[in-house]
Write a protein that binds this ligand. Structure first.
Ligand SMILES: Cc1cc2nc3c(=O)[nH]c(=O)nc-3n(C[C@H](O)[C@H](O)[C@H](O)COP(=O)(O)O)c2cc1C
Ligand SMILES: [Fe+2]
Ligand SMILES: [Fe+2]
Length: 412
């Protein structure tokens, strides 16, 4: 991986990570990038860090060499965010460069001591504070709590207009030697947009309120470049990722896009028979539909599609007096991540008592999800033709409602 120049006196260093679960739980078949940045004035600062996941940031050190930067020239280590993906390299760095000053928030200082037995000098900063590196590179700091942890801040180089927001405005997806939006084809930008929505729904979604506030703060800055801790750097059209994040934050409370996600699971195929009719009903209204079977599809992808969807269909049978358990797992995750206020419909088979509906109501209540459900279609054993026709009609009705809702209240 090559170090690349972002703008005057500013470089991006990066490692692509593959073959792990992000945060120990999210699949990343296309990898993801860990970015850090060097800003050189008379003094030199490194912003964020590159953890190469075995705790040794060899990739980062190799890129110092490529840039001709010597580790002992680095005066400041700016920690925007203490999560170990960005800060886990500090101990290894200390071994080759014992004397540097860490610049971070008061909350992060406490965590630094707890996670890394920190012995380095710490300069505690808050919103509005600045650090002058010389040659005009005055770094300004803005706290953006809870994007992603409570201690998080963003750093802004007032000379070049580069914002370093760490987790905010990031995405999954490894990056090749072209990390800048001005070097990418539309197809590549679309790929990162897909991966950005999955990253947002999986990692940031639960903090959509703080994310909205971070966007508002960002918009007060005269930014020209957005250089996040994961994903591509926005140099040509930084407003795009700002607008995208605005939409993603808005989608938490709906409406989202004019899309419906159908999630279904079935043991013996009775519930499954309702899937085609509901999909046809939705399509008959020209609404886009995403279909996921549980437990076959990891909930990372389901979460991403539900995040983008104004409507959700759930098809699952009763299982041991509750709902088919893989569906409960998915709904629980949707509740935790605050996919709220969807238009919804549920169908499914049962054998004697039913119980799926009761558990669904409990989950909706537990997470205050406020999904607005059409009447369910529940059938004993196999569905009759009448049941299947009704499922088709409910799919169609849901699609009509979604269209009306998006037209009335959608985020453009
Ligand atoms: C392990 C197991 C547990 C079940 N528990 C219940 C139950 O508690 N209450 C009920 O009404 N039906 C129960 N059923 C019956 C199923 O809901 C019924 O067979 C249904 O048709 C399955 O739908 P499917 O073909 O979509 O899997 C259970 C079935 C299985 C296999
Ligand atoms: Fe994070
Ligand atoms: Fe991160």
């Amino acid at each position: 991986m090559q170090a690349t120049q972002v703008t005057d006196n500013t470089w991006r260093l990066s490692a692509n990570i593959h073959d792990i679960l992000f945060e120990g739980m999210w699949p990343i078949p296309h990898g993801f990038s860990m970015n850090s940045y060097i800003v050189k004035g008379e003094k030199t600062a490194i912003i964020d860090g590159v953890c190469d996941w075995d705790g040794t940031p060899e990739v980062l050190f190799d890129q110092f060499d490529q840039m001709g930067v010597k580790a002992d020239e680095i005066d400041y280590v700016i920690i925007n965010h203490m999560e170990p993906d960005h800060s886990g390299w500090i101990k290894a760095f200390r071994e080759i460069r014992p004397n540097f000053t860490i610049v971070t928030t008061a909350k992060a200082k406490v965590l630094l001591e707890a996670f890394y037995d920190n012995t380095n000098e710490v300069m505690v900063v808050k919103s509005g504070d600045t650090l002058d590196l010389g040659n005009g590179h005055v770094l300004a700091f803005a706290e953006i709590p809870n994007v992603h942890w409570p201690e998080t801040m963003a750093t802004f180089d007032t000379k070049t207009g580069t914002l370093f927001p760490c987790d905010a405005f990031g995405s999954f997806g490894a990056i090749n030697e072209s990390p800048y939006d001005d070097q990418l084809t539309q197809e590549q930008i679309d790929f990162y947009e897909y991966e950005a929505t999955r990253y947002y729904a999986n990692i940031v979604g639960a903090y959509s309120g703080p994310a909205k506030r971070a966007v508002v703060k960002t918009e007060t800055l005269p930014f020209k470049i957005i250089a996040p801790g994961h994903g591509i750097v926005w140099r040509q059209n930084p407003q795009k990722i700002i607008e995208d994040y605005k939409r993603y934050a808005f989608y938490s409370k709906g409406p989202a896009k004019e899309e419906i996600t159908v999630i279904w699971g079935s043991m013996y195929g009775n519930t499954q028979r309702g899937v085609d009719p509901v999909v046809e009903g939705i399509r008959s209204e020209g609404v886009k539909v995403n279909v996921h079977q549980v437990p076959d599809t990891h909930y990372s992808y389901i979460l991403r599609d539900v995040w983008n969807s104004s409507g959700v269909v759930l098809g699952m049978p009763t299982y041991e007096y509750k709902m088919f358990s893989p569906m409960a797992v998915v709904l629980d995750e949707l509740g935790r991540k605050k996919a709220l206020n969807r238009q919804a419909f549920r169908f499914g088979s049962y054998g004697w008592s039913g119980g799926a509906q009761k558990e669904l109501d409990e989950i909706m209540l537990r997470y205050k999800m406020e999904w607005d459900f059409l009447d369910p279609v529940e059938f004993l054993g196999a569905p009759s033709q009448e049941d299947l026709d009704l499922i088709y009609q409910r799919g169609k009705k849901l699609a009509v409602q979604v269209k009306e809702w998006v037209a009335a209240d959608g985020c453009t």
